[in-house]
Design a protein around this ligand. Structure first.
Ligand SMILES: Cc1ncc(COP(=O)(O)O)c(C=O)c1O
Length: 508
């Protein structure tokens, strides 16, 4: 016994001094290290804000990858955090793409709210995991309050429920997963949760507009239905799903012996920000007994705007919906929600793990959120939205949405008036697809010209725009999510586009 005690003491004394200094805990020296580290990190971010005035530095892939090739292969202790932060400036921060910059108008990345950054400090320090009550306690109720709030804004009935997810892709997956299992439960003597899919599943068909998000196809493949189960429905000249074409597609698939199970309406398509006619789609879903999912990953933010929320009319009739808070609620990645009309749907994917969410706990009414999620360990992303809403309220956020949409509409008109652009859409939210065609009759390859412009803009870094393809033709795209951007900024961006376009002509 004495010998054992002696051996233990020896082991303790062999530990290097300050072995545990890196761990976040209540010890005075650890607390001091934490505080100093966070302050140094904030300074590095402030430095980034002060030194980077453009959305991108213009660094090339080769330049950045060369810096990484010079790093040692192994990691050894010895650098202070300050040195690591200095190195990080070189490796990452100096060339990071700045979504907060007024001239970042490329993809669906929003500027973020300062209250969310305060929340991030707590989220990462406390490190709550949202899967079970015994890991999250009050965090569960914060998430539940926000779910309730969103359900109310969607207009779902009392029985509805939801959960935070990692993004629109995961939320869309949950929509299709429940759609698939709902159909199987109602039509086959098979429990997909236990037995997998019936043989007929190869004939299942899901309808969505031809300009809907690619995650629907990827998710269909992951769900064992295959990408071919997704039937693209033609859109009208506003890039909205044509309900007559939807009905035709449903009838056609049935006549081929296939089995329609679901329809997805998009509220805010990725390229055009168009919104499908949700009420009409809901009517067809009811007539043909299809699950109706609304992908409002982009358009979800309209629920905050008194001026624009009518555009989402019909979402309240859906069976499930996706809303990305990290797109139009000005939240940092990740923050998204999946919502369903009836909380009992989640039973299709129910699993009781004895160590986490036992049956007994459920009977006791313990709110274990893992039941509703396809993740297990899950970040407390809800806290960011919570701190935002408690600090700012909803009205000011709604104003941000209104300003963003207003800017998009004025930008679309400005582009048309310049006479050098073909503009494909007038934005329902804030995405504009267009291309530079200064002289319609020139023999220049318009796709090559616009591909060149986008790349030249990125290489220069003064303003970032995106590109996409429509009918196999290359177009440029603005996605306007920054309420601080003004029409004069957009005019400057357009001048850069014209300058690069002009250079292309000079060199070709
Ligand atoms: C309409 C739509 N749905 C889904 C997604 C996927 O969202 P996430 O990137 O958050 O997974 C996107 C992303 O741009 C989108 O635009």
């Amino acid at each position: 016994m004495l010998q054992e005690k002696y051996a233990l003491q020896l082991m303790e004394s062999e530990k290097p001094e300050q072995l545990y200094k890196y761990l976040f805990n209540e010890l005075p020296e650890n607390k001091a290290y934490y505080q100093k580290s966070i302050n140094q990190t904030i300074n590095a971010v402030i430095d980034h804000l002060e030194t980077r005035t453009t959305p991108y530095s213009g660094a090339t892939v080769e330049q950045i990858s060369e810096r990484f090739s010079r790093l040692p292969a192994e990691y050894q202790e010895g650098n202070s955090l300050q040195i690591v932060l200095e190195e990080l400036k070189e490796l990452y921060l100096n060339d990071a793409v700045s979504f907060h910059n007024k001239k970042y108008v490329a993809h669906l990345n929003c500027p973020i709210l300062i209250p969310t950054l305060a929340a991030e400090v707590i989220i990462s320090a406390i490190n709550t995991s949202m899967d079970t009550w015994d890991q999250s306690a009050g965090g569960t109720f914060i998430e539940l309050k926000l779910i309730e709030w969103t359900l109310d804004k969607i207009g779902y009935p009392q029985a509805a429920d939801g959960v935070f997810t990692s993004g629109g892709t995961q939320s869309n997956m949950m929509g299709l997963l429940l759609a698939r299992d709902h159909f199987i439960h109602n039509n086959y003597a098979v429990d997909p949760n236990l037995d997998g899919l019936p043989a007929e599943a190869t004939k299942f068909r899901i309808f969505c507009s031809e300009v809907s998000h690619f995650s629907l196809k990827k998710n269909a493949a992951l769900l064992g239905l295959g990408q071919r189960s997704v039937v693209p429905v033609p859109v009208n000249d506003k890039y909205q799903m044509d309900p007559d074409a939807l009905e035709e597609a449903i009838i056609k698939e049935k006549s081929l012996g296939n089995i329609p199970i679901a329809v997805v309406g998009t509220a805010g398509t990725t390229d055009f920000s168009s919104i499908d006619p949700l009420s009409e789609i809901a009517g067809l879903a009811e007539r043909y007994q299809l699950w109706f999912h609304v992908d409002a990953a982009y358009g979800g933010g309209l629920i905050l705007s008194d001026k624009h929320k009518e555009k989402l009319k019909g979402i309240e009739l859906s069976d499930s919906a996706t809303i990305d808070y990290h797109k139009t609620f000005f939240q940092p990645v990740s923050s998204s929600g999946f919502f369903m009309r009836d909380k009992s749907y989640i039973n299709y994917i129910k699993y009781h793990a004895d160590y986490l969410n036992s049956k007994e706990q459920e009977e006791e009414g313990i709110p274990n959120m893992v039941k509703k999620s396809i993740q297990t360990t899950r970040r407390f992303d809800a806290l960011k939205l919570w701190v935002s809403l408690r600090t700012m309220g909803t009205q000011r956020l709604g104003q941000y949405i209104d300003d963003m949409i207003d800017l998009a509409q004025r930008t679309s008109l400005m582009l048309r008036n310049r006479g050098k652009f073909e503009v494909l859409n007038h934005p329902e939210i804030s995405a504009i697809v267009f291309r530079y065609i200064p002289l319609p009759n020139t023999k220049v390859d318009v796709c090559a010209l616009n591909t060149y412009i986008r790349k030249a803009m990125f290489d220069e870094g003064k303003a970032l725009i995106a590109s996409t393809k429509v009918d196999d033709q290359v177009y440029l795209k603005f996605t306007l999510l920054n309420p601080v951007t003004e029409l004069s900024d957009m005019q400057e961006i357009v001048e850069h586009i014209e300058r690069h376009g002009h250079n292309y002509f000079r060199n070709n």
